[in-house]
Design a binder for this molecule. Structure first.
Ligand SMILES: Nc1nc2c(c(=O)[nH]1)N[C@H]1C(S)=C(S)[C@@H](COP(=O)(O)OP(=O)(O)OC[C@H]3O[C@@H](n4cnc5c(N)ncnc54)[C@H](O)[C@@H]3O)O[C@H]1N2
Ligand code: MOO
Ligand SMILES: [Mg+2]
Length: 399
């Protein structure tokens, strides 16, 4: 059996060709940028008024407090010019600062009488309440480099510089396969001996955090059907993610069928709990991840083995992190123990509290966990206060 560290290395060594694609900006969230983004104009593109009030020449305030109102400069209108510097112009937030003015006084610090604005309190200097042109970026400046993980803020920036379509790293084509005759879909009413499938939905949504839409398929516990379907799936996809059918059961046909179809089994069995029967195989540029069917095993193996592979493939930085145990843990088997934990981020170091559960088949309590703390195989006692590697169950590490 393979150790956790060996397994990670074997999987990461399997590189796949990386391609790019162009998508509409609105569909780029969570994808990885494959082009540099430049400022098409200064940001802001003009001296922008930041408060509703009047614009004046600040130096005039030393001599006078009353300024006759010449005109109104509204947002979305071409720049006006203040004809007399002893006057003022009413201005609205978002408007271009009028020519011959350099400062804005908010209405709250003014009294307006008979068309003249009087400054009632405060001192004002040039550029006050003005977002000066080019403060945030200069035309032609690189705003983002290729490789950025696109978040909503980045989408906003690209919109402001007119990027309608954006080049991103093309995600591999992934199919998620559930197996097992005991499984029915979520819209069905299970018979007493059946359960609804949940793993495929967990995997599908976990992939959405990377902007990846994966299809799902259900395969019956039947050798011929499995062989026929798998052949097609291997032809049509880059990555096959399986949940179930990799252990020792009479109907756990997956390892046998994969072998028959020419998939090279690189890993089958890892010295860990949960997820012992995990399988990893390769055929040309296609990879197969066989996650053991128990829900905690599927999730653990996805986050520990598939996610780092995907992030490396996409060129994303993985945030390796650690957390301190909040209580003593004992685990007396010579395998890595992946403990489901709730992570407390309040202190200077992250703290991990074990989530009580009844084992790797316990889906209900799995939902309470937000991380996996990996306790090493060569230890049996894990004292409170000791630090261990933490894997997040969300994409928090990217934030
Ligand atoms: N004799 C042995 N038996 C088992 C061993 C072993 O080493 N020797 N390993 C155990 C471990 S550890 C695990 S984990 C499971 C893994 O089993 P499989 O990967 O073969 O998965 P299945 O047999 O198909 O199902 C196991 C369990 O998971 C449920 N399941 C499967 N798919 C889904 C899904 N999409 N949604 C929800 N639940 C799912 C399934 O109903 C079973 O209860 O094997 C142990 N046995
Ligand atoms: O290791 Mo299994 O994955 O215990 O449930
Ligand atoms: Mg089984």
């Amino acid at each position: 059996m393979t150790s956790v560290e060996e397994a990670k290395q074997i999987i990461l060594a399997h590189k796949m060709p990386q391609h790019t694609e162009t998508v509409p900006l609105g569909e780029s969230l969570h994808k990885v940028l494959a082009q540099d983004i430049f400022a098409d104009r200064d940001a802001p593109p003009f001296h922008r008024v930041t408060m509703d009030g009047i614009a004046i020449r600040a130096s005039r305030l030393q001599e006078k407090k009353g300024f006759p109102i010449e005109n109104i400069q509204a947002a979305g209108h071409p720049q006006l010019t203040l004809k007399d510097e002893n006057h003022c112009m009413e201005v609205m937030t978002g408007a271009v600062l009028p020519e011959n003015t350099d400062c804005v006084i908010p209405y709250e610090q003014l009294r307006i009488e008979n068309g003249t604005a009087y400054v009632t309190d405060g001192t004002f200097t040039a550029h006050q309440n003005v977002h000066m042109q080019g403060t945030d970026a200069r035309q032609g400046e690189v705003l983002f480099r290729s490789g950025l993980h696109i978040n909503p803020g980045a989408v906003g920036v690209m919109a402001t510089v007119g990027v309608e379509n954006v080049s991103v790293i093309k995600a591999p084509k992934i199919i998620i396969c559930s197996t097992g005759d005991e499984l029915v879909d979520i819209d069905e009413k299970p018979l007493p001996h059946q359960i609804r499938k949940s793993n495929v939905y967990m995997l599908q949504t976990a992939l959405k955090e990377f902007g990846i839409e994966a299809n799902t398929i259900h395969l019956a516990d039947d050798l011929d059907i499995l062989e026929r379907e798998l052949k097609k799936l291997l032809d049509e996809n880059d990555i096959l993610l399986f949940s179930g059918a990799v252990s020792k059961g009479k109907y756990d046909y997956l390892p046998e069928v994969l072998e028959k179809l020419g998939v090279n089994k690189k890993i089958h069995g890892i010295r860990q709990k949960p997820g012992k029967p995990f399988l990893f195989g390769q055929m040309d540029d296609r990879l197969v991840f066989g996650f053991p069917g128990n829900p905690a095993s599927t999730m653990t193996c996805f986050h520990l083995y598939f996610k780092p592979w995907l992030m490396t493939h996409l060129g994303l930085e993985g945030g390796k992190t650690t957390a301190v145990l909040s209580e003593d843990v004992v685990f007396q088997r010579p395998v890595t123990y992946h403990l489901l934990v709730k992570v407390d981020t309040a202190g200077a170091t992250l703290t991990a509290t074990p989530v009580r559960n009844s084992g790797s088949g316990d889906l209900i309590h799995l939902a309470e966990a937000d991380g996996i703390l990996s306790l090493p195989a060569d230890q049996e006692r894990f004292p409170k206060g000791d630090k261990f590697p933490l894997t997040y169950l969300t994409n928090k590490w990217l934030l």
